[in-house]
Design a binder for this molecule. Structure first.
Ligand code: KG4
Ligand code: ZN
Length: 344
């Protein structure tokens, strides 16, 4: 049994956690920065990086104090090394390197996406490889065939915006606030999911790729028409995203031979309507549907510590030269997709 200290700082959550390789989360702490970014309607990288510097040392201290574990008893220090906002990633990674140096324990440089990808295994001991993963967050929207630790085959990605980005931008257009995902989900509860005609980009196309930019533009047009209630636009938008995710995931399941489960992770997987629809899809294919509890879907350090634990146990540790990376694809061999605004 190994004890791993994990650090997350790639976006606007500062987080630390202590996780054991037998799936016990001994302590976890998270400090959001929503208040600092709210006036700007989105995350400001420089503000985020400075906030991580201020908050992280306290969180690490609290996690160790809470769990009653000394640094000398920790087996490895894991930190997100990318992808993400580079200033923030550097803050967390440098902190981890300092702790690794001070304790003489190895560093595990974790890909944030691998944290999300393996997080369902922390909450569900039954889940085994291989599984089809829908990774839906603020920066990413991908379907990955997860074969093992460090073995990810990307079946599809977005050709423009990520799903969470579409939630955030649409919420901003509707004046629902930031972060947009939870705001849209709340507003949608009082709205009609069939009230506003919106497109389902790429639905029915052969490759299971995603596209959300056109949907966001359609939300803008619907708003400007002035005859729809924001709740109805929110509910119709959420329904359109559900339909796109389900159609594309169904297409990927056709290609994911041998998958033992359908798994969803990332911040958008916290959405109740999306979870319910994916559960129905999995059931129709005779597969279990696995999604981590909500706190483990959105950014946190327990998933980084857990990915660190799985990598540590597989002998995958890093030197103190490990770089912070703004971009870091999980499957570097995946083909580039052509689209309006393709992101790495
Ligand atoms: O994984 P995450 O916490 O950070 C990234 O790595 O991007 O995901 C954040 C994204 C944001 O776009 C946020 O609006 C979205 O997840 N999100 C949601 C919900 N909760 C968070 N989207 C839809 N419904 C939700 N309940
Ligand atoms: Zn994330």
């Amino acid at each position: 049994m190994a004890l791993i200290l994990g650090i997350e700082s790639s976006c606007d959550e500062t987080a630390a956690a202590l996780v054991a390789s037998d799936r016990r989360v001994l302590a976890h702490r998270l400090a959001g920065q929503e208040e600092a970014h709210r006036p700007f309607g989105g995350v400001v990288p420089e503000i985020a990086a400075r906030a991580h510097v201020e908050i992280l040392p306290r969180l690490i201290g609290e996690v160790l104090a809470d769990s009653g574990v000394g640094l000398a008893e920790v087996d490895a220090i894991a930190a997100t090394a990318g992808p993400g906002l580079i200033g923030g990633v550097m803050v967390g990674l440098v902190a981890a390197k300092g702790l690794a140096l001070a304790s003489g324990r190895p560093l595990v440089a974790v890909n944030h996406l691998e944290g999300h990808a393996l997080s369902p295994m922390l909450s569900d001991p039954e889940l085994g490889f291989p599984y089809l993963l829908l990774l839906v967050s603020g920066g990413h929207c991908q379907l990955l065939f997860v074969e093992g630790v460090g073995r990810y085959r990307r079946l599809a990605t977005t050709i423009d915006d990520a799903a969470g980005e579409a939630f955030d931008k649409s919420a901003k257009l509707l004046g629902l606030g930031f972060p947009g995902g939870p705001a849209i989900e709340r507003a949608a509860q009082a709205g009609d999911p069939a009230g506003v005609p919106l497109p389902r980009p790429l639905v029915g196309s052969e490759d299971p790729h995603f596209s959300f930019a056109g949907l966001k533009s359609a939300v803008l047009r619907a708003r400007d028409e002035g005859r729809y209630r924001p709740e109805d636009i929110a509910a119709s938008f959420q329904q359109a995203v559900v339909d796109c995710l389900v159609d594309r995931t169904a297409r990927a399941l056709d290609k994911a031979e041998g998958a033992t489960a359908l798994v969803a992770a990332g911040g958008v997987a916290a959405n109740g309507a999306i979870r319910a629809a994916l559960g129905t899809l999995a059931g129709s294919r005779g597969l279990p549907f696995v999604a981590p509890p909500l706190w483990l879907c959105t950014d946190n350090a327990a998933m980084i510590a857990w990915a660190g634990a799985m990598r540590f146990e597989a002998g995958l540790v890093d030197s103190l030269d490990a770089p912070a990376r703004a971009r870091w694809p999980l499957d570097p061999s995946a083909d580039k997709v052509r689209g309006a605004g393709v992101k790495a």
